[in-house]
Design a binder for this molecule. Sequence first.
Ligand SMILES: Cc1ncc(COP(=O)(O)O)c(C=O)c1O
Length: 392
Amino acid sequence: MTPPTRSPAEQTPPAGPTGAPIPFVRPHVDVDEALLASLAAVLRSGQLSNDGPRVRALEAALSERLGHVTLCTGSGFTALQLAIRCVRRPGAVVVPAFTFVATANAVHAEGRQVRLCDVDAAHWTLCPTALDALLRAHSDVAAVMAVNVYGEPADLDALLRVCTDHDVDLLLDNAHGMGSLLHGRPWPAGVRAAAHSMHATKVLPAAEGGCVALRPDVDPEPLRQARNPGLGGDPAQATAGINAKLSDLHAAVALHGLRDLDAVLDGRRAALRRLRATVARLCDTDGDRPALQLPVARPGAIGNGQNFAVAACDGDAAGWQAALARHGVGSRRYFHPTLSAVGYLRPGQAPTPIADDLAARVLALPLWSRMPSETLAAVETGLAAAIAERRR
Ligand SMILES: Cc1ncc(COP(=O)(O)O)c(C=O)c1O
């Protein structure tokens, strides 16, 4: 078996006006002899899943990296489910209205009511002031699920203060946030559990996978049982389990990716800085309303470059998407729609005008791991052309 020497991203020439639009995400796995040998070893080992050696090695490496006991799961969704099982008491879970629908669906799947809360207009993450107002109005809340948005941490210290004041647990949907830092650490020590995704499009892909990192006072054993799917321990104490296991094949892919994760993060951060600077420069015209809005960087935060998102200032995300595609730039209306538009979530929610407005305007634009420089340049050229077209 002769492995390709270059990754698929490197083999693909940058698309542009003459080809298909440049995709907004593109999974990257560095396919080399070591990875292929590792996958072959799993396939020959007789143990493809059920807490195999690669899952255990990945858990050890992630626990070390994140500074918390970390359990691997089959997806970010099931990592969220296990995080929700760490909540100390029954009750509703607050979720920002501007997030991927999986955040709310996991709360629902765990049999808890979802309470939607607004985000702040500058950073696009859960708003501590809106959260405080929501918790004052509703005494049925047991936990808050903050969300890392596109790799940018939420205002976790302020959110933790609000949660402590109201005696509710703070959880983190860090599906986007592997490698993001806030004041030098992944998240404040008070966060009870942080769920991550290792989906194909994330910075550390397993193809499908996730993990949940636990505060030291959370017992991992009931969660280990719950993911497999309730086996082990005292059956009289068992809760209804799920299948949240990661396979050893997926673990092998993620373990391989961990080797050069820091280089991948550096590259994504540099590419995002460059793309944001380009948008800021192209939109910096005297007196004109800017064409595209960028999220404001939070002091003390170092994002991981998960996504490059902009919001259309004229509110016409669909029109921008078509213009960008005409100039070779693919995009996704992500996160769209606002969760307040999702039928099963709608009844009885407080208004979330900022999230609703943002979800109507936002577009995620191309940003990948190991994105070739000429592809970045093609995105910049396409952006410039689309902005000029929309201004005409
Ligand atoms: C914010 C957020 N939470 C949760 C998930 C679910 O992760 P997964 O696709 O690994 O189940 C995603 C997936 O992209 C996400 O964007």
